[in-house]
Design a protein around this ligand. Structure first.
Ligand code: CA
Length: 221
């Protein structure tokens, strides 16, 4: 999943990027409010982590403009200002959750998982399709309860499709959410990756819809 991190403090940003990438997210970082507003308004992200004190445009103003334009992605606010009045302002502006600095990276990851799940309408960090189960807390994919070893790319692919099960996901959307910026890959890399995943998880998990994309069907639990 693609996450936009808006944070002007380089040290915090690099710690958060490292943790997010280790947890399987594709991360893009911006450092000022104007650029953040533009990216969030024109690109699709699975979630945004937004600092409030930013050069250019205040984080709260950025968030208000996104919501006014109908941008619905889940947003986790990150800030040094931890007074209750500012928390209320953030929630009123359309934030999904709020994390005061300093924070533990584990708490940031837990809150991020939780706002993403809520926005997708899932109550649990474990999702299944047929015999395949994804556990996002343990970053584990299993078939009939048996864990399967996966590369980070394979995991990101399976996690994205399972999170969006029941809907056709275009090649372009998958590409953006599996490969990070500057992560080199040619045009048929995705097909090769899907082939590898089918070998590990069985041929039936991912359906190909020629000309449209890929689908993991929603199956009754
Ligand atoms: Ca700041």
């Amino acid at each position: 999943m693609r996450v936009l991190l808006v944070e002007d403090d380089r040290r915090i940003a690099s710690d958060v990027v490292r943790a997010l990438e280790a947890a399987g997210y594709v991360v893009e970082t911006v450092r000022d409010g104007e650029e953040a507003w533009f990216r969030g308004d024109t690109e699709d992200y699975g979630a945004v982590i937004l600092d409030l004190g930013l050069p250019g445009m205040d984080g709260l103003a950025v968030l208000k403009r996104w919501r006014a334009n109908g941008r619905q992605m889940p947003v986790l606010i990150l800030t040094a200002r931890a007074s209750w009045a500012e928390r209320v302002d953030g929630i009123d502006a359309g934030a999904d959750d709020y994390l005061p600095k300093p924070f533990r990276i584990e708490e940031l990851l837990a809150r991020l998982r939780s706002i993403v799940r809520r926005s997708a309408g899932h109550a649990s960090s474990v999702v299944s399709s047929g015999e395949i189960t994804l556990d996002e807390r343990q970053m584990r994919v299993s078939v009939r309860g048996v864990p399967i070893a996966m590369s980070p790319l394979e995991y990101r692919l399976v996690a994205y499709l399972l999170r969006h099960r029941g809907r056709v996901v275009s090649q372009h959307e998958l590409d953006e959410n599996v490969y990070g910026h500057g992560e080199d890959h040619d045009s048929n890399a995705l097909e090769v990756l899907i082939g590898r995943v089918r070998k590990k998880l069985g041929p039936d998990l991912i359906e190909t819809r020629r000309g449209f994309g890929y689908l993991v069907p929603e199956t009754p639990a």
